[in-house]
Design a protein around this ligand. Structure first.
Ligand code: NDP
Ligand code: HSE
Length: 436
């Protein structure tokens, strides 16, 4: 059979990593795909830059539309990123009958519904394994491996940059800005790193995971996101004294009322495997009704790990080139006409436990006032830690862990606690998941 020709839009960290893997493992890949796969064209914005892969047989251009309109090319790999002109490129590629492989989670989370509809109309595949959790084949695992299950919930460390920052800050006491700069130099961070540290990138990934887990349309605008920038060394230390680690977690959970979609710093019991996922590594826990809890672990960012996922998608597409479009695995795991309109819950309806840190006067009755407010709001306490005052101080830190409650009850309790004359400043709140 003739080789399959591919064109890569964007030959940076991921595009270059994927090309390098395709070149190095060409023979093994051809044995798997049943045909040789060759990169004939690629685009970048600065053609003088050095590349991770061998470009001697690749025709380079700064204009990706030239590649998209090349009739010789069967598959377009999109590894530029962003959702502006790139969306036009992907839609044009589909219009031209090309299959698309992308690592672009913002594009899929924001415009996936439109892109998949167009792809189905044109009978082409849009594959996006690399968009979530780097090298971990989590899309395939949920979409195909767990397709017999009702997924109850999933929870994951799905941003490598934030996990790298939290790990370095905790283990080595390093400065936030300094670790972020290293993550950028290593090619882990997004073009705009606030996407990483403010939970937006994880929100994009959670949007995709929830869609394939629960058979709902992609709806990033309904995801609650909270970043890691407010986490202090003090909270990390108190959490550890209570037997917990703080991780940025994406949680998608189906409840009787609807679906929770949330990304936020989270206390996790240190005995859980996922609490010990460090550095740029990612991990996703998926709970199915038949299989129980399953855990997937691997590198969440970087050139070759993400390239591995891109190449796997390319091979899948090559294998499917001769298949009937009607009988392919659906893009979002469920048949397009079977997606359900399940409501996504507001944050007030979230059900979780909480870590609270407040500062109060060191005198009798203060703790009783706080616990009475919590009881009045129907919130049970799991643990209390009161530290002695520092020398010459009369204010003491009090740390409380609550049992699972509804977030609107907790918000009401915090408002009342902050009004106590004996309590100074704001109550610091971090959600807690036992993941049992
Ligand atoms: P990079 O910035 O490393 O690469 C982007 C590439 O696109 C560069 O080669 C750049 O050219 C090229 N480029 C930019 N604009 C244009 C344009 N208008 N036309 C043609 N080429 C263009 O980004 P990453 O590889 O890190 O990220 C790419 C995508 O992969 C993003 O969607 C990202 O979210 C996603 N992703 C990234 C991961 C990672 O670990 N980095 C992991 C998983 C997904 P030049 O090189 O000349 O500047
Ligand atoms: N910036 C992303 C991260 C890249 O750090 O997880 C992988 O999607």
């Amino acid at each position: 059979m003739k080789p399959v020709k591919i064109g890569i839009l964007g030959l940076g960290t991921v595009g270059g990593g994927a090309a390098k893997v395709l070149q190095r493992n060409a023979a093994e890949i051809a044995r798997r795909a049943g045909r040789e796969i060759i990169i004939t064209r690629a685009s970048a914005s600065d053609l003088s830059k050095p590349r991770l892969c061998d470009t001697s047989n690749i025709e380079m251009t700064t204009n990706g539309f030239d590649i998209i309109s090349d009739p010789e090319i069967d598959i377009i790999v999109e590894t530029i990123g962003g959702a502006g002109v790139v969306k036009d490129m992907v839609l044009q590629a589909i219009e031209n009958g090309k299959h698309v492989v992308t690592a672009n989670k913002s594009l899929i989370a924001l415009h996936g519904n439109e892109i998949f509809a167009k792809a189905s109309e044109k009978g082409v595949i849009v594959a996006f394994e690399a968009a979530v959790a780097g090298g971990i084949p989590i899309i395939k695992a949920i979409r195909e491996g767990l397709s017999g299950n009702q997924i109850e919930w999933l929870a994951g460390i799905i941003n490598g940059t934030s996990n790298f920052i939290l790990t370095e800050m905790r283990d080595k006491g390093r400065d936030f800005a300094d670790v972020l700069a290293e993550a950028q130099a290593l090619g882990y961070a997004e073009a705009d790193p606030t996407f990483d540290v403010e939970g937006i990138d994880a929100g994009h990934k959670l949007t995709i995971l929830a869609s394939i887990a629960f058979g709902i349309p992609l709806q990033f605008d309904k995801v609650y996101t909270e970043g890691i920038t407010q986490i202090t060394r003090t909270d990390v230390e108190y959490a550890e004294q209570l037997g917990y680690r703080i991780k940025s977690l994406g949680v998608a959970r189906k409840t009787e009322k609807g679906i929770e979609l949330r990304v936020h710093p989270t206390l996790i019991p240190e005995r859980r495997l996922i609490a010990n996922v460090n550095g740029v590594m990612n991990a996703v826990l998926v709970k199915g009704d038949a299989v129980g809890a399953t855990l997937y672990y691997g590198a969440g960012a970087g050139a070759e790990p993400t390239g591995s996922a891109v190449v796997a998608d390319v091979i899948d597409v090559v294998r499917a080139l001769t298949s009937d479009p009607e009988n392919r695995v659906p893009h979002l795991a469920f048949q397009a006409n079977a997606l359900a309109d399940i409501p996504v819950l507001d944050s007030g309806d979230f059900q979780t436990a909480y870590y609270l840190r407040l500062h109060a006067e060191d005198k009798s009755g203060v703790l009783a006032d706080v616990t009475r407010i919590l009881a009045d709001c129907d919130i049970s306490i799991e643990a209390i830690l009161q530290k002695p005052p520092a020398k010459n101080e009369t204010i003491v830190p009090i740390i409380l862990l609550t049992q699972v409650t509804q977030e609107h009850k907790l918000n009401a309790a915090i408002a009342k606690i902050e009004q106590l004359e004996t309590v100074s400043g704001k109550v610091n709140r971090i959600r807690l998941e036992t993941l049992g």
